[in-house]
Design a protein around this ligand. Structure first.
Ligand SMILES: [Zn+2]
Length: 190
């Protein structure tokens, strides 16, 4: 006992009454307000669940680098978009679709994505994909994947169903995500 106290010169609190105002010896339980800043970098701003290294929340789909309320587009919406795109191409006699697409590429959209309030976002810059990235994604990357899919039972077209960020292979080539932006929060400010 005596030996221990000799090795620790900074232990006057152990003796009652030596200090008029002893510091509190207990650590108060963290209040929610105090805990929030610590957890802010590791929880989803939309649902509050813990998030990992993925760019999207694995619980609610919120894209973590975009404003709240912009999740990944659902699998159903994506496939619905493919169907609608095909209908639009036919209905506009192909050429109309191209004109329309070349106008909305700058907003990270295709004609069907515009009608369904979906957008393509470029992950490294955390913003909507630009015109040339859309051109690369829609025509070059998709052509390469179509060739690949033609001798792999079309399996690549279903890639988004098991991908953690619902990316198609052409999304991986273009480093993009497809988001649902129902309130057009990512629309360019006019
Ligand atoms: Zn979430």
């Amino acid at each position: 006992m005596d030996k221990n106290s000799g090795e620790r010169p900074q232990a006057p609190e152990t003796i009652e009454g030596t200090r008029s105002a002893p510091p509190p010896r207990f650590v108060p339980p963290p209040t929610p307000a105090a805990a929030a800043p610590l957890a802010a970098t590791a929880t989803c701003q939309n649902c509050g669940q813990a998030v990992g290294p993925e760019p999207s929340c694995q619980t609610c789909g919120q894209v973590l680098f975009l404003p709240r309320g912009i999740p990944l587009a659902t699998v159903g919406l994506r496939f619905g978009g493919y169907l609608l795109e095909g209908v639009l191409i036919v209905c506009t006699l192909v050429i109309g679709w191209f004109v329309w697409a070349f106008i909305v590429f700058q907003y990270g959209q295709t004609p069907a994505k515009q009608l369904l309030h979906m957008r393509v976002v470029f992950i490294p810059e955390a913003r909507t994909a630009g015109w040339w990235r859309m051109f690369f994604r829609e025509f070059i990357a998709k052509t390469i994947i179509a060739i690949l899919a033609s001798f792999t039972l079309l399996i690549p077209y279903f890639w988004l169903m098991w991908d953690r960020n619902r990316q198609e292979l052409w999304d991986k080539m273009a480093t993009t995500l497809v988001v649902s932006d129902p309130q057009d929060q990512l629309a360019p400010r006019t």
